[in-house]
Design a protein around this ligand. Structure first.
Ligand code: ADP
Ligand code: MN
Ligand code: MN
Ligand code: MN
Length: 346
């Protein structure tokens, strides 16, 4: 193409209770950065019809691995025409708190679990019935155990071509369920990359007629739910044990607030079964996958490193989760933590 490139503008909408991704294409003259743009907020639960204009402010631009060439993916913050962040814009507060606590140099590694669907059934679930019980599917191999690998491989390829920091992928415990990990990165970068990786996941499924859902409990009964374990560390935690224990204590003090902001229908997933701790109480342990927070064994051995918050749902907003963790852990360490159990905001 001569003289122009295609910019795919991606943004997070206002759908309740779980926001969705939207995107549309702008043709931009070569050599120009993607400009501020707009959309009809009345179609995304972000405005009323009589004042429908919302503003797209580019914040993260990367190569478009699908179209290739000079084409770009352009992740945006949603703004009001006044120039203020839109009420659904959770990125701004995340960026601000990260900036405020920059001296902690916080890193996040997020494990995004998800479930493929073909029509109304999870991939691998026979029509009107159920597959063999869980046990062989996690990190499995073979056509009787693994469903959707062609989409997973395509997604990984696209993420890497887009320059996203993916640290790995694996098949999960329930058939049709998979995971990819983003990070470690600081905030809001980890969250930006996760949102773009989610968009690429949905997009990768299109040619296969396969959809992906982040719903936390896609099949009721004896089937694992889908989470977004959030591994994190501060510079201080990477250097010693005391800050690790202090971080856990701070998280315990604001357990209810975190649970209320870690994704809708979290109580369906955090039952105390299927590798989860009950949402009703906070717990932690070394190597413990039935705890709210797990200390990896290597970290316990080295007496430094990171911890894994296992509570976040697959459908969580990573701007909210990373913002809350920074606010709670860095706030406590610097004596500026907001009161425990404050009013839920997100
Ligand atoms: P699990 O054993 O729970 O399945 P994974 O290997 O899926 O763990 O994910 C672990 C995540 O933790 C990865 O995204 C990795 O990049 C991240 N991670 C590793 N070290 C750190 C650290 N010091 N701070 C934050 N995240 C980290
Ligand atoms: Mn994992
Ligand atoms: Mn997992
Ligand atoms: Mn994990």
């Amino acid at each position: 193409m001569s003289g122009v490139y295609r910019a795919e503008y991606i943004w997070v909408d206002g759908t309740e209770p779980t926001k969705k991704l939207r995107s549309k294409t702008k043709v931009v003259p070569k050599g120009e950065a993607p400009p501020i743009w707009g959309f009809d907020g009345s179609s995304t639960n972000q405005a009323t019809g009589d004042r429908s204009d919302c503003v797209l402010q580019p914040v993260f631009v990367t190569n478009d691995p699908i179209r290739g060439g000079d084409d770009k993916l352009v992740l945006c913050e949603v703004m009001l025409v006044s120039g203020d962040p839109h009420p659904t814009n959770t990125r701004r507060a995340c960026a601000e708190i990260s900036q405020k606590h920059a001296s902690f140099d916080t890193w996040f590694g997020i494990e995004q679990e998800y479930t493929f669907f073909k029509g109304a059934r999870p991939l691998g679930f026979p029509d009107g019935g159920f597959p063999a019980p869980q046990g062989g599917y996690y990190c499995g191999v073979g056509a009787d155990e693994v469903f959707g690998r062609e989409v997973v491989e395509s997604h990984l390829d696209l993420c890497l071509k887009a320059g996203l920091r993916i640290s790995g992928i694996n098949a999960e415990v329930m058939p049709g369920q998979w995971e990819f990990q983003v990070g470690p990165l600081s905030a809001p970068e980890a969250a930006d990359q996760l949102w773009v990786a989610r968009w690429l996941l949905y997009r990768a499924g299109e040619p296969f007629g396969v959809s992906a859902t982040l719903y936390p409990k896609p099949v009721r009964g004896d089937w694992n739910g889908a989470g977004a374990h959030t591994n994190f560390s501060t510079k201080q935690m990477r250097e010693g044990w005391e800050p690790i224990m202090a971080a856990i204590e701070a998280l315990e003090g604001r357990h209810d607030l975190h649970i209320a902001n870690y994704g809708s229908d979290i109580e369906l997933r955090l039952t105390g079964h299927h590798e989860t701790a009950s949402y009703k109480e906070f717990s932690y342990g070394v190597s413990h996958r039935g705890a709210s927070v797990r200390i990896p064994w290597q970290v316990a051995k080295d007496k430094k490193g990171y911890i894994e918050d296992r509570r976040p749902n697959a459908n969580m907003d990573p701007y909210v989760v990373t913002r809350l963790i920074i606010e709670t852990v860095c706030g406590a360490a610097s004596g500026s933590a907001p009161k425990a159990r404050e009013v839920v905001t997100a």
